[in-house]
Write a protein that binds this ligand. Structure first.
Ligand SMILES: CC(C)(COP(=O)(O)OP(=O)(O)OC[C@H]1O[C@@H](n2cnc3c(N)ncnc32)[C@H](O)[C@@H]1OP(=O)(O)O)[C@@H](O)C(=O)NCCC(=O)NCCS
Length: 174
């Protein structure tokens, strides 16, 4: 799996990406459990994406498409769907790279896989992420108190895109 956009190559993770991966997560995450995820899951998965600039092999960001457990909110629980998780190295934010990556992954998903819908659950305070998914054609679905992870509840906006919305979206017209 390799997706090319104007400035990026989006590919699977490889072992030597581990340092770049830890740099992306920095202090916000539980690094030992993130390293376990990296070794057990990311190296094998087709739904965990490393973002690399064409001119430099360093991994600058990551996108994961998840199957959420049943107790978490999924607006498309009757469809073959996945939830987005995105994170960019703090030094690389605000340069349009994640917008480019999410558009590339949406296109890849609906052209090359059997998924029918994608969605993101975004904390209402996360302006960058709200703007990001708007720019990538995701539509507002709901706003409500939701479980964010195993120990937190917060006000969350859910946005999503189905395969048919993708096909009709001016954002994705050639
Ligand atoms: C959300 C995130 C992935 C965006 O990555 P990015 O590469 O900076 O995104 P882009 O450069 O493509 O910008 C997307 C939009 O967000 C805006 N944006 C970026 N940083 C911003 C900030 N700090 N405050 C407000 N808006 C911001 C950009 O201006 C752009 O909107 P615009 O074109 O209308 O101006 C990045 O901020 C991040 O890693 N955040 C921490 C993890 C996170 O919150 N993940 C999302 C969980 S749902």
């Amino acid at each position: 799996m390799k997706i090319k956009t104007d400035r990026l190559i989006i590919r699977k993770f490889i072992k030597k990406d581990l340092n770049d991966y830890c740099e992306i997560l920095q202090d916000e995450y539980d690094i030992p459990s993130a390293i376990t995820d990296f070794n057990k899951k990311f190296l094998k998965s087709d739904y965990d994406f490393a973002l690399v600039r064409k001119e430099n092999p360093k991994v600058i960001g990551m996108v994961n498409l998840y199957n959420q457990p049943l107790f978490l909110y999924n607006p498309y629980s009757d469809m073959n769907s996945k939830e987005f998780s995105v994170i960019m190295n703090p030094c690389m934010r605000g340069k349009g790279y994640m917008t480019e990556a999410v558009k590339g992954i949406v296109k890849h998903t609906f052209e090359k896989t059997n998924l029918d819908a994608l969605y993101a659950r975004i904390l209402i305070s996360n302006i960058a992420s709200l703007k990001l998914f708007d720019k990538c054609g995701f539509k507002f679905i709901s706003k409500e108190q939701q479980i964010i992870n195993s120990h937190e509840i917060g006000e969350v906006i859910t946005k999503g895109i189905t395969k048919s919305e993708y096909k009709n979206s001016p954002i994705f017209q050639k």
